[in-house]
Design a protein around this ligand. Structure first.
Ligand SMILES: Cc1ncc(COP(=O)(O)O)c(C=O)c1O
Length: 437
């Protein structure tokens, strides 16, 4: 129960934040309408607690990293142990970096050699620069709805308004027009559009989220990823799977191990270290060996915090646990139960809905199917999508109340959580629909 003092404390903290942090938050996606005073004071397992003293079951999961649950004791112990042994040196390599690289080479099909960065954006930046280095070509091809980070080559055409689909829709000011021109945007699942773009332009790289989770979960049509592989090979274009979300979460080998399509380069991040900031890029040795980590090679690569022993230890401990314990079995089972239960719920309520997802990820689009590309998602009932999630908070359940955002299970969620999710969703949707009646 929230006391007045707690509410006042939360509001005071949010006001202090807004006074000194632009918008009061440290990432553009963290300021959500209606949640301006949300100050998080604790996380644990499948929950978080805010400064009002409310505890929620967390399905937002920081956009996906804590696959094992928040504050996983094994991962956190590995970080603490690393902190007591070797600190950042900025010269040479540490044993933990070697061990992690060996492990990634072992589990991810496309990875013969691998480099570490702190963030996913750095990883996608470097694979695209490498693709341009190796091909000498200008263009990058991305898909409407996919997000690959904040840098200029890719920061465009994610959740675009209808009138911007089919045109360049930059996420930011300050991107040079030449950069926008050099990125081609086509519809996901449209192999013919990819074929045309490759025929008409000098395309260095195709970059794709194998499941575009930045718009929920639009699944690849049978044969689509295979066709991307064929087309990239035929045109001498570098195929990059951005597995920053799908990597580790959908299996140790990423979605490429599930779908059986092997890209030339892969980016990883988010769930890789269960919430600690480490990401990676890897792929064919003949490409990766062009980075300047080998002296004299042409693709410059550097980063003060790359391969930080503590975050690298977090990644290794995460991979260990994913290999040792039935994490994927658990989260996939809960995900399947939730998707089936939610679809039954909406069918029973007579609410047009497509419950989508894969493994531990789920999302409900409020529309008549099918969902093949971003265009279909323009039919989503945004008011209902956001509105029921706001109501869900009153049920002690948190799914991010922003259009098209996906939800996640972790190893810390339980079958009881699924039961409560189904009950809470029914109550929240019913209440929201009553306000519209
Ligand atoms: C698929 C994908 N690629 C890259 C990124 C960028 O990663 P980061 O936010 O760690 O820079 C994200 C972040 O959401 C992502 O979802």
């Amino acid at each position: 129960m929230t006391s007045l003092a707690a509410t006042q404390r939360a509001a005071a903290l949010a006001a202090r934040a807004a006074a000194v942090i632009p918008g009061g938050v440290n990432s553009g996606q963290r300021r959500v309408p209606g949640l301006e005073d949300l100050v998080i004071t604790a996380t644990s397992g499948a929950t978080f607690t805010d400064a009002d003293g409310h505890t929620y079951t967390d399905y937002h999961a920081a956009f996906g990293p804590p696959l094992l649950g928040h504050n996983d004791p094994d991962v956190d112990a590995a970080v603490a142990a690393a902190g007591r042994s070797v600190d950042l040196m900025g010269i040479g390599v540490t044993p933990v970096e070697i061990e992690l690289a060996e492990r990634l080479v072992e589990v991810v099909p496309s990875i013969e050699k691998v480099l570490l960065t702190a963030t996913g954006s750095e990883a996608t930046f470097h694979v695209l620069r490498l693709a341009r280095t190796v091909t000498g070509r200008r263009h990058i091809l991305k898909f409407q709805g996919c997000y690959h980070g904040w840098h200029d080559a890719v920061a465009m055409n994610v959740i675009s308004p209808a009138e911007k689909v089919g045109t360049k829709d930059p996420l930011s000011g300050g991107i040079l027009p030449e950069m926008l021109d050099a990125t081609l945007v086509v519809a996901f699942n449209d192999a013919a559009a990819v074929e045309l773009a490759l025929a008409e332009h000098d395309v260095a790289a195709i970059i794709v989220e194998p499941i575009p989770h930045n718009i929920g979960a639009v699944l690849p049509q049978p044969g689509f990823l295979e066709r991307l592989r064929e087309l990239a090979t035929a045109h001498g274009t570098v195929l990059c799977f951005d597995e920053v979300i799908t990597g580790f979460r959908h299996g140790l080998g990423g979605y490429q191990a599930v779908c059986g399509v092997t890209p030339d380069l892969t980016t990883l991040g988010k769930a890789m270290a269960n919430g600690w900031p480490v990401s990676a890029l890897g792929g064919k040795a003949e490409l990766m060996d062009l980075f300047s980590t080998t002296p004299g090679r042409p693709a410059f690569f550097a980063g003060t915090f790359n391969g930080h022993p503590a975050t690298t230890a977090a990644a290794l401990a995460t991979v260990d646990k994913l290999q040792r314990e039935p994490v994927h079995e658990h989260v996939f089972r809960l995900g399947e139960r939730a998707r089936t239960g939610l679809q039954e719920l909406y069918d029973r309520l007579g609410v047009p809905a497509v419950v989508s997802g894969f493994g531990s990820v789920f999302v409900t689009y409020f529309l008549e199917g099918p969902v093949v590309s971003y265009d279909d998602l323009l039919r989503n009932d945004v008011e209902l999508f956001v509105g029921y999630r706001r109501e869900l908070m009153r049920e002690g359940i948190f799914e991010l109340p922003l259009n098209l955002k996906r939800s996640h299970f972790s190893y810390a969620h339980t079958d009881d959580d699924v039961d409560r999710l189904l009950e809470g969703t029914e109550a929240a949707v019913t209440r929201f629909l009553a306000t519209r009646a």
